[in-house]
Design a protein around this ligand. Structure first.
Ligand SMILES: [Zn+2]
Length: 143
């Protein structure tokens, strides 16, 4: 049984109701070129089942998505001469930059000249915060 949302653009792409440049499909995952690419070769891997975010997605399905991400990223890199770097980006929720509420993994090829930039504003982990955070997260994992 698969889950679909009739109003979801990605579910419509999987169903063939909206055309796409399909790259790959198996029993659980689907991949296609992003129509608004940040860089040449930017593509998306999605689960065939509709899940708005990772929060509702079975970890096993997330694993299948990552198998496809790995395989596809290697194919994309091999298809772009001189390109051997890429980002895998997966946004959950509007605040995190998610636009289509159906889980998707971006594969974004990167070059020195792409102008996309890279911002990683690292802070400093406070020891007390770390201990309380660690306790809260571990409790959730094991509780
Ligand atoms: Zn969907």
């Amino acid at each position: 049984m698969s889950l679909q949302d009739p109003d979801c653009i990605f579910c419509k792409i999987i169903a063939g109701e909206i055309p796409c440049h399909k790259l790959y499909e198996d029993d659980h995952t689907f991949a296609f070129l992003d129509i608004g690419p940040l860089a040449k070769g930017h593509c998306l891997v999605i689960p065939k089942d509709h899940h708005a975010t990772l929060a509702t997605m079975p970890p096993e399905l997330a694993g299948k998505c990552m198998e496809t991400v790995t395989r596809l990223a290697n194919a994309v890199m091999a298809s772009l001469p001189g390109v051997d770097a890429y980002n895998v980006l997966q946004n959950n929720g509007e605040v995190a930059g998610q636009v289509v509420p159906h889980v998707h993994f971006h594969i974004i090829p990167r070059t020195e000249a792409d102008g996309l930039g890279y911002r990683w504003n690292a802070g400093q982990l406070d020891a007390d915060d770390a201990e309380s955070l660690k306790s809260a997260i571990v409790d959730q994992l094991t509780g």
